[in-house]
Design a protein around this ligand. Structure first.
Ligand code: CA2
Length: 152
């Protein structure tokens, strides 16, 4: 069984504690439980992580590249948080490893401030998902399964 690595960037540990009108009421632990169920349903193991540190996210993408090359990883689902809009380092890590990566946002970033409209991740992502709330995580896992099966 292959693993799906889900990486959450800065401040996503605050989910469910503030701004419920933007991000919903579920906590990051609730999102992990939702992802667990979606991985079970799609035949994946789940590895779910969060970091507030750009370098740690870079290291985890490198690790993912090695795991994908070894055949143990289906792909990465990355909610890079605010680093989406600032991080050349994440762009370089994703491009450099060639890892299969889905960019995910809980909110519809295009309906928000102009500074959220640009992403350094999108050009090196296999797919991009935003605006589905935390259910987007389950949809992205199903999308990765469809890609693996060759139907997406
Ligand atoms: O919509 C998303 O998932 C974002 O990636 C979330 C980031 C934001 O910078 C991106 O533009 C869009 C922010 C995550 C912070 O999450 C919080 C949750 C609750 C309370 C405070 C912050």
């Amino acid at each position: 069984m292959k693993t799906v690595l889900i990486l959450n960037g800065p401040n996503l540990n605050l989910l469910g504690t503030r701004e419920p009108q933007v991000y919903g009421a579920q906590t990051l632990a609730d999102v992990q439980a939702l992802c667990d169920r979606a991985c079970d349903a799609n035949g994946f193991d789940l590895d779910f992580r969060q970091s507030n540190h750009e370098g740690e996210l870079v290291e985890w993408i490198h690790e993912a590249g090695r795991a994908q090359a070894a055949g143990t990883l289906a792909g990465v689902i990355l909610n890079a948080g605010a680093y989406t809009h600032t991080s050349v380092a994440l762009f370089d890590a994703i491009k450099g490893t060639g890892v299969t990566l889905i960019e995910l946002h809980i909110s519809n970033v295009f309906a928000r401030e102009a500074f959220r409209h640009h992403s350094y991740i999108s050009p090196v992502a296999k797919a991009v998902m935003c605006g589905f709330g935390v259910n987007g995580y389950a949809l992205a896992i199903a999308g990765l399964a469809a890609m693996q099966a060759g139907s997406a």
